[in-house]
Unconditional design. Structure first.
Length: 487
């Protein structure tokens, strides 16, 4: 066993144990040791590593062995090469997970809410975690031009407190965009700006309760960290409406005795169905008959690959549908920018709830987004990103077809994730756990079900993965599935 601990300076203090009898190549041992130190927080973001020559000499290995280990970790994103020839722990490395969670524990329910929207999850070779958009593609230069314009031209009174709906410039720009691209029927007076869908649904639930709502219907399956939690906390009964290949099953809605329903009609989350025209019309009839509200979460609508986008339901019944949009998928979740188009009778109450929540969203960001929309930069960005995501989706579907032909992909026409249904002989939880053991992060559909059972399925978030990583991820999954199936 060889071991290096040099003390000539912080950049050379690195603990690595080598076992020459282990039958594991030395570069892999070095790699594993450094990776483990980063994950455990012993090597923190920005920490410099010893020069390859120094480390090689200390460990008694050739320099090529250390170079290979560093290169692998650079490719995985753990390390970054800096000009001047030295290597650092990548700045994007998050602090170590509390308790040093293992790859397997990251997929357990307790960690899920922290894990899935958290961007990079350490501990996996490949991570199909969903809800992530490729923020490396954020249009910084165009956004900066809009920031400059806003800071140069906005009148002083825009920087004072506003009413709860947000800045007028953004109301107008959003209406023009949404009516043109999403087929909404919106007017500036009915738009409320909020901090993403997450805050939008929170405000809406408060207002629905104030208006006497007792029961809310949610798609089953659907996210387990927003409307479901908020509605429960607000004292609403939650009822799940089963989802089929074409979205929510409307007959079940008729039996639900609900005052409101939350839908993802353009790309059901997570199963990917598109709600048919007939089902949309039926949901609207239901809402009108009951005086109920439809909350339309249009989170993924801009990314549709195989056909033109389908217009929003809100355009069919602006008095009964609240349209919810977000910049989280199209630009970046960290912007925390979302918008609601609210039926006229609820606008004042939603705006009042927004004031109570935080006295309004940051004004400079709202003005910037308005300028960005008006200049056509949003359309340009979407035009640029659609083929990028489409290529990643195609890489995923090709890899699944080749390596795992008995999985059945669904909802592939749109969005940034795909569900693949498992054949009946495969237990979803066993596959997810085996995948984690092999270094693959992936979520099953099961944890998002409300009433309980249904076929096993896996959710593949592909938006931030390159085509090679997608192929590697599917290969890891194939290995895990072979293991679950046994000899
Ligand atoms: C179903 C669904 N709706 C909405 C959002 C966007 O949420 P927010 O705008 O709060 O970032 C997401 C993000 O992952 C989502 O999965």
């Amino acid at each position: 066993m060889g071991r290096l601990r040099t003390n000539s300076g912080p950049a050379e203090d690195l603990l690595i144990e080598l076992n020459r009898d282990a039958g594991v190549p030395l570069h892999r041992q070095i790699e594993g040791s450094i990776r483990a130190s980063i994950r455990a927080g012993r090597l923190r973001a920005g920490a410099s590593l010893p020069p390859t020559r120094t480390l090689a000499a200390g460990l008694g290995v050739s320099r090529g062995v250390v170079v290979e280990a560093y290169q692998q970790l650079v490719a995985e994103g753990y390390l970054a090469s800096r000009s001047g020839g030295y290597t650092q722990v990548a700045a994007s490395m998050p602090p170590a997970a509390a308790g040093g969670g293992s790859a397997a524990s990251m997929t357990q329910p307790a960690a899920r809410s922290a894990g899935f929207r958290a961007g990079f999850r350490a501990g996996f070779r490949v991570d199909f975690g969903y809800g992530r958009t490729d923020v490396s593609q954020f249009p910084r230069a165009a956004w900066l031009r809009s920031v400059r314009t806003v800071l140069t031209t906005a009148p002083n009174d825009r920087f004072a407190y506003l009413d709860g709906r947000g800045v007028p410039e953004l109301h107008g720009a959003l209406c023009d965009y949404l009516n043109r691209v999403r087929g909404t029927s919106s007017v500036p007076d009915n738009v409320v700006i909020c901090n993403g869908y997450g805050q939008g649904i929170s405000l809406l639930i408060q207002v629905l309760v104030r208006h006497g709502a007792r029961r809310i219907a949610l798609e089953d399956p659907s996210p387990n960290d927003d409307a479901r939690v908020l509605a429960g906390a607000a004292g609403l009964d939650v009822v799940g409406i089963p989802v089929g290949p074409d979205g929510v099953q409307v007959e079940a809605l008729h039996r639900a005795d609900a005052d409101a329903v939350v839908l993802t009609p353009s790309h059901q989350w997570p199963t990917g169905g598109l709600l048919s025209a007939a089902a949309r019309a039926e949901v609207i009839r239901w809402a009108k008959r009951r005086g109920a509200i439809v909350v339309e979460d249009d989170y993924d609508a801009e990314y549709r690959y195989d056909r033109s986008p389908v217009g929003a339901m809100q355009g069919l019944a602006p008095d009964h549908v609240v349209y919810c949009g977000t910049a989280s998928k199209t630009l970046a979740p960290g912007l925390r920018l979302g918008w609601l188009v609210v039926p006229p009778q609820l606008v004042a109450d939603v705006a009042a709830a927004k004031v109570l929540a935080d006295r309004g969203s940051p004004v400079i960001d709202q003005l910037t987004f308005a300028d960005f929309l008006v200049r056509g930069e949003f359309d340009r960005h979407l035009r640029r990103m659609r083929p990028v995501y489409r290529r990643r989706r195609d890489a995923l579907l090709n890899a699944l077809r080749t390596r795992l032909p008995d999985l059945e992909p669904a909802g592939v026409a749109a969005g940034q994730h795909v569900v693949a249904w498992l054949p009946p002989d495969l237990d979803e939880a066993a596959v997810v756990t085996a995948a984690a053991r092999h270094g693959l992060g992936i979520h099953g559909v099961g944890p998002y079900r409300i009433a309980g059972t249904g076929p096993g399925g896996l959710i593949f978030g592909y938006a931030i993965l390159g085509e090679a990583a997608i192929a590697e991820g599917v290969a890891l999954l194939a290995t895990a599935i072979r293991e679950v199936r046994g000899p």
